[in-house]
Design a binder for this molecule. Structure first.
Ligand code: 5GP
Length: 195
């Protein structure tokens, strides 16, 4: 298949609480059918409202390990500071790229590094908070986290933001509509067609 007909990988990372999921959902809706989200596998427990196969594929540690040993993951990692495994399954990526559909991976910085080493032309985007204080305010506003978990997320965020310059693009999430616009512009510039 000619290279030009194949889909591209889009890798998006950013600290927890930066508003990634909202932005990603909106970006996906702008390119319906042309761009799809890879559903990651994880060993962490589902949060309230999260559905298996929609937000993640929730696997036991044993099943995750077996699938890892069978080589089913494009990348997988015990995500920094979380103590759970997360990974991108080849089955979420390969069949779509070969159909010319672009695949968006919303993964952590270390997983992204792994993908960047395996693929020559992914589009990598890091979403930054307007400031570290703003990130802390957003994490606290969620009110779903314990103080310990907030502190852990903030220390992970510091680690992630130190690695942001490995990404081709950095977008500051001042407002969701502007961030969505910025990302859509990056993707259309790279050849992804709008609906
Ligand atoms: P959460 O548990 O809050 O949903 O996600 C925790 C972190 O795991 C986030 O930084 C998210 O980007 C990352 N993550 C989610 N799926 C994957 C994946 O498939 N691979 C990697 N490396 N990281 C992931």
């Amino acid at each position: 298949m000619a290279e030009a007909q194949r889909g591209k990988l889009v890798v998006i990372s950013g600290p927890s609480g930066v508003g990634k999921s909202t932005v990603v959902r909106e970006v996906l809706s702008r390119f319906d059918g042309q761009l799809r989200l890879s559903i990651s596998a994880t060993t962490r427990a589902p949060r309230p409202q999260e559905q298996d196969g929609v937000h993640y594929r929730f696997l036991s540690s044993e099943e995750f390990r077996q699938r890892r040993e069978r080589g089913e993951f494009l990348e997988c990692i015990e995500v920094f500071g979380r103590g759970h495994w997360y990974g991108t399954l080849w089955s979420e990526v390969r069949p779509f790229l070969s159909e010319g559909i672009w695949v968006l991976l919303e993964i952590d910085v270390d997983g992204a590094e792994n993908v960047l080493q395996q693929f020559s032309d992914p589009i990598s985007i890091f979403i930054r908070p307007a400031s570290f204080e703003e990130l802390e305010r957003r994490l606290r506003a969620r009110a779903t986290e314990t103080e310990e978990s907030i502190q852990r997320r903030l220390s992970v965020a510091r680690h992630e933001m130190q690695l942001a310059d490995r990404y081709e693009f950095q977008v500051v999430n001042d407002t969701v509509p502007q961030t969505v616009e910025d990302i859509c512009n990056i993707l259309t510039d790279r050849g992804l067609a709008h609906d």
